[in-house]
Design a protein around this ligand. Structure first.
Ligand SMILES: Cc1cc2nc3c(=O)[nH]c(=O)nc-3n(C[C@H](O)[C@H](O)[C@H](O)COP(=O)(O)OP(=O)(O)OC[C@H]3O[C@@H](n4cnc5c(N)ncnc54)[C@H](O)[C@@H]3O)c2cc1C
Length: 492
């Protein structure tokens, strides 16, 4: 059922079993999965309405550094469906090695495994409206004779599956409306989560609508599902648990912020150009997607064995096909690229995304300035350090070496590609309420429960302790399904 909190009388009090803050990807998947258990009553407090509006957008404003980072109110959307209202639909699971601690990457690893999330793959595919249940490379390469992958001994092919892309607010609106045990409150902005006296549990959520009328939601369990910047912002603002904010006894809330930075770092001449294009070129991938065909884009990455042997971070490579090369085209290229061209050569741009090291100084924090509802605004300081630059250089060198040595084509490394002139920030806000076994190292435990607080959980990519290069939404959906089970939902 859907209600508009702008119509609620002041002082209204709602009671439920689970209260979810945020009706984006994580909040919607969680609520609808929980609703299969008819014994549960669920309230979603969603700050926005069905569409973007100036009031809600203003609540998302805040300063970001570096200067070329997307403005905070542009890199996310505050209305039903959240940032899925403008996401690109790329999906890929994190790989098993993203979850493992690696000696050469300080603070890496999750306290859970990729295998523990794999049981949600089929269900996640349905939520994301994807064809098939799996990202398994062998499965998809067998699926079509059109695909001619680039085989290199130390590299593997990644299969990115493209969601339509699912706009969660639109796609699941009717289901939210029909669910008799869901109370979706639009224009319900969470402004305070009030602790019980012992600060070990939350007692009630205070919300404000767009006319500053306050109302309360009392629940047995609370879930923050407000996105990777807003989750920590809310926790830092919720001070009845601790003077420095909910879950912030060890000063970790808001820290370890990361995003995926992608950029072009080289060009390559590859042979067998036309045949490879249907698998690798996003343009072809998107065309196929509109036609309802494969909905796939291929990428490459180093094998785990190669990465571990060479101390390389997990790195994804994507290709953009520029065109076939005839004799005159080849003549314009340096000999190192054009020489020994084989059958059907073509030019491709090569892009990479390297995982960032978890960095305590890269963070979301509060500033004095307040928003329209009186909450301290957030400031984002996204930092990449020297080790990140070195990791990028190492991955580029190894790519050129492995690619050329395997006879796939010839690579030209561009000079001075880092820092990139035109970085593409993914707006994948991760890490700010990281998952850890030890409360001193993070904010939530392996069940996504805030350390030291019995009934408050966090959903979304803010819990990622290590980030990989895969887009986050696939993992967000798997984690939301897992959290639904923890809270009494039925995923089967
Ligand atoms: C341009 C762009 C392209 C992207 N492309 C991809 C892609 O191709 N693949 C991919 O995996 N990811 C992509 N992403 C990221 C993806 O959109 C996010 O990972 C995903 O939306 C996060 O889901 P979420 O539920 O955690 O947060 P959101 O979707 O951001 O939802 C948060 C919800 O909380 C609500 N909210 C916030 N504060 C409050 C409050 N105080 N009270 C009540 N409600 C509140 C918001 O209104 C919103 O509905 C992209 C993002 C952008 C910006």
């Amino acid at each position: 059922m859907i209600f508009d909190a702008n119509q609620l009388p002041s002082g209204t009090r709602l009671e439920c079993d689970v209260c979810i803050i945020g009706g984006g990807v994580a909040g919607i998947v969680l609520a609808l999965t929980l609703s299969r258990n008819s014994a549960l009553k669920i309230v979603i407090a969603e700050g926005g309405g069905f569409d973007s509006d100036p009031f809600s957008t203003a609540l998302y404003t805040g300063e970001a550094d570096p200067a070329d980072y997307p403005a905070m109110h542009k890199s996310r959307l505050r209305y039903l469906g959240g940032s899925s209202n403008h996401w690109g639909g790329w999906t890929l699971p994190l790989r098993a090695s993203d979850f493992a601690p690696r000696e050469f990457l300080p603070r890496s690893g999750w306290p859970i495994t990729r295998e523990s999330l794999a049981r949600y793959d089929a269900e996640a595919s349905r939520w994301l409206q994807l064809n098939g249940d799996t990202h398994d490379t062998a499965f998809w390469l067998n699926h079509s004779d059109d695909f001619q992958p680039l085989h290199a001994p130390d590299m593997v092919t990644d299969i990115y599956r493209l969601s339509p892309p699912t706009r969660f607010g639109e796609a699941y609106r009717q289901q939210l409306k029909d669910a008799e045990n869901i109370y979706l409150m639009l224009h319900a902005n969470a402004v305070d989560l009030v602790a019980h006296e012992n600060a070990r549990a939350a007692r009630q959520l205070v919300c404000m609508n767009q006319t500053s009328r306050r109302f309360e939601i009392a629940a047995s369990q609370y879930v923050l599902a407000a996105g990777g910047i807003e989750n920590p912002r809310l926790m830092l603002n919720f001070r009845s648990f601790h003077r420095d904010g909910l879950g912030n006894e060890h000063g970790n809330v808001g820290r370890y912020f990361s995003d995926h930075v992608g950029f072009r770092f080289s060009q390559a001449v590859i042979d067998g150009y036309a045949g490879r294009r249907p698998l690798y070129d996003p343009v072809v991938g998107f065309t196929d997607r509109r036609e309802g065909a494969h909905r796939l884009v291929g990428g490459m990455s180093f094998s785990d064995a190669y990465s571990n042997a060479n101390g390389l971070r997990n790195t994804g490579f994507l290709f953009q096909f520029r065109g076939p090369l005839d004799e005159s085209g080849l003549a314009e290229l340096p000999q190192s690229m054009a020489g020994n061209a084989g059958n059907d050569p073509g030019l491709v741009d090569v892009f990479m995304g390297v995982e960032q090291a978890p960095n305590r100084d890269s963070r979301v924090s509060l500033v004095r300035d307040k928003d329209l509802l009186g909450m301290n605004k957030a400031e984002l300081d996204f930092r990449l350090d020297k080790s990140d630059a070195e990791a990028v250089n190492a991955s580029a060198d190894h790519f050129a070496r492995v690619f050329s040595a395997s006879g796939l084509g010839r690579v030209k490394l561009e000079q001075g590609f880092w820092p990139p002139k035109a970085p593409e920030y993914g707006s994948h806000h991760m890490g700010t309420t990281r998952m850890s076994l030890d409360p001193r190292d993070g904010v939530v435990d392996p069940d996504c429960r805030v350390h030291g607080v019995d009934n408050v959980f966090v959903a979304g990519s803010s819990v990622f302790p290590t980030y990989g290069y895969a887009q986050p939404t696939w993992t967000i959906v798997c984690l939301a399904l897992r959290l639904a089970e923890t809270l009494g939902g039925d995923v089967s």
